[in-house]
Design a protein around this ligand. Structure first.
Ligand code: F3S
Length: 64
């Protein structure tokens, strides 16, 4: 599974970084970024990353 943040959709609410700080951080643009090297989600972390995606109020977190 791969994860990315749609910067156009993100409103900077910060929920993803709160739920799953291992994968998401807030950028200088006040929007979320996937942390460097974390674009490919480890099998063991999929649940947590999905939780963060579900917690995003504008569905800006894309899973593939
Ligand atoms: Fe943005 Fe959604 Fe995270 S609005 S800060 S991607 S929870």
């Amino acid at each position: 599974m791969k994860v990315s943040v749609d910067k156009n959709a993100c409103i900077g609410c910060g929920a993803c970084a709160a739920i799953c700080p291992e994968y998401f951080e807030m950028g200088d643009d006040t929007k979320a970024d996937v942390k460097k090297g974390k674009e490919k989600v480890a099998k063991a972390d999929e649940k947590k990353v999905k939780e963060a995606a579900d917690g995003c109020p504008v569905n800006a977190i894309k899973l593939q």
